[in-house]
Design a protein around this ligand. Structure first.
Ligand code: SF4
Ligand code: SF4
Ligand code: SF4
Length: 179
């Protein structure tokens, strides 16, 4: 089984927003809603300040409160991988999944069903990278199979220091940030 993940290099991200625009275009995300977004975090004390810019999205977690809280099976894990998806036809819009996600990764579409990042699985099926990764001008976003020890994502995680966001939530996220 494929275990897809992203490894995002915070040292390469320049905050250009191309990943956010590409996602909106690729997935026809309505105005005001976002499947991915940028977070700017400043830490330290003047004059030793450090700014980190992170491109964030659904973490396609290994432990999924969004799936277990869904009463209809609309929120599910795609067969053969760990990609977490929503079937709009089964979604009642109850938002149980929205409140269970520690990452605020889900939103309600104007039509009433819930949506979020799919790792662009329609592109992945064709052997392509998600839109955000494919447009990043600094190649900060790397996508691949974490179960394959020879993939770029696996090699980066062996070679570099990394973190995940809100690990204490216990969802075992599959988006990693190189620090
Ligand atoms: Fe950062 Fe790349 Fe996104 Fe630009 S496209 S904000 S460099 S991750
Ligand atoms: Fe579910 Fe949220 Fe994890 Fe995505 S980030 S898999 S929506 S808990
Ligand atoms: Fe399931 Fe839809 Fe309710 Fe989310 S909003 S828990 S996907 S039925």
């Amino acid at each position: 089984m494929k275990k897809y993940g992203m490894v995002i290099d915070t040292k390469l991200c320049v905050g250009c927003g191309a990943c956010v625009v590409a996602c909106k275009t690729e997935n026809d995300v309505p105005e005001g809603l976002h499947r991915d977004w940028l977070v700017e975090e400043v830490t330290g004390k003047f004059p030793n300040l450090h700014m980190e810019i992170r491109s964030e999205r659904c973490n396609h977690c290994s432990d999924t409160p969004c799936v277990s809280s869904c009463p209809t099976g609309a929120s599910h894990i795609k067969k053969g991988s760990n990609i977490v998806k929503v079937d709009p036809n089964k979604c009642t819009g109850c938002q149980a999944c929205v409140v269970s996600c520690p990452y605020n990764a889900r939103f309600v579409m104007p039509e009433g069903y819930v949506s979020k990042c799919t790792f662009c699985d329609h592109r992945v099926e064709k052997g392509e990278s998600p839109a955000c990764a494919s447009v990043c001008p600094t190649h900060a976003i790397v996508f691949g199979d974490l179960n394959n020890p020879m993939s770029r994502v696996s090699r980066l995680l062996r070679a570099r220091k990394f973190k995940t966001i809100i690990p204490e939530a216990g969802t075992d996220p599959n988006v990693y940030y190189l620090i």
